[in-house]
Design a protein around this ligand. Structure first.
Ligand SMILES: [Zn+2]
Length: 290
């Protein structure tokens, strides 16, 4: 018999970018080639919207400015379905590869563009590849100064490409007026384990992903923040040549399992938009220390 669905509201988030814009593939696909790549994001977002509609769930879509400019109807569909539109920057460049002024320009351009296309305020920002780090503390100042009200740019785990394992695990004010809402980790053995999606969701058996999120809901008493990409539901995407074994493993592993696993995730937990949970006061336990 299935365990009952948790009543804690969790935040479901989608990073809206195409398969050729992923940071790990950037050494193999120049930005100038993006225009010529076969686009998959439109059909993949349609699949995601259909899954969410079927489950009656809402989510937050961190969308690239580059995508919004080319596929404005995709952005409008997201908003028309009652989901939150948020920003993933314009160019999908890691903050670690940018100077202060370039980063500032990128996130301001993306916010203005998304707001123009959708006709609503864009409150949230997520850094490409969770690239906020101790090396660029000015990034949070830029995000606040650009007018964002929250950021979801930290995954407090150890990983070779991203992560701040010592960062707080739960939402906190990172700057005046800017809430940082980290992707969820489960903590035991004095270590943070990834419980908020990404490649780990494709790697781990679904039952383990489910038990980690349940642990956060029940033991920490907190809302989880989970993320995935539209290309992770697309086993038919073109293969990018010349990549390393590690990159191929990470990018292509279990793509055919994502959709059935997402269906289970939507069935087993209650999912909402980030702004409704954390800005509108529906967080499971907003007053507890992290
Ligand atoms: Zn991204």
């Amino acid at each position: 018999m299935r365990a009952s669905r948790s009543h804690i509201a969790n935040a479901l988030t989608i990073d809206v970018e195409d398969y050729f814009q992923v940071s790990a593939l950037s050494p193999h696909i120049a930005r100038s080639e993006w225009e010529r790549m076969p686009c998959r994001v439109e059909r993949n977002i349609d699949t995601v919207l259909a899954l969410l509609a079927e489950a009656g769930s809402k989510a937050t879509f961190f969308t690239l400015g580059w995508i919004a400019e080319r596929y404005p109807h995709l952005v409008r569909n997201i908003v028309a379905e009652g989901h939150e539109l948020a920003s993933h920057g314009y160019h999908h460049r890691r903050i670690t590869d940018q100077k202060h002024a370039e980063f500032s320009e990128d996130i301001r351009t993306a916010k203005a563009l998304l707001e123009d296309v959708a006709g609503i305020e864009v409150k949230g920002y997520r850094a490409p590849s969770f690239s906020v780090s101790k090396a660029n503390p000015w990034a949070f100042d830029c995000i606040a100064a650009a007018g964002y009200r929250y950021s979801s740019s930290v995954y407090p785990i150890r990983h070779d490409h991203y992560g701040m394992p010592d960062a707080p695990r739960f939402p906190h004010q990172s700057r005046d007026g800017l809430l940082e809402i980290p992707v969820t980790t489960a903590r035991f053995l004095r270590t943070n384990f990834p419980a908020g999606g990404g490649g780990y969701f494709r790697l781990m058996p679904y039952a383990l992903s489910r038990s980690l999120i349940r642990r956060v809901n029940r033991i920490d008493g907190r809302s989880a923040v989970f993320y995935f990409h539209p290309w992770e539901l697309d086993p038919g995407q073109p293969r990018v040549a010349g990549t390393s074994l590690k990159t191929r493993f990470r990018h292509y592993l279990n793509l055919h399992r994502t959709e059935p696993r997402l269906r289970s995730l939507l069935r087993d937990f209650a999912w909402h938009r980030i702004d409704q949970i954390f800005l509108d006061g529906r967080d499971a336990a907003p007053t507890r220390a992290s």
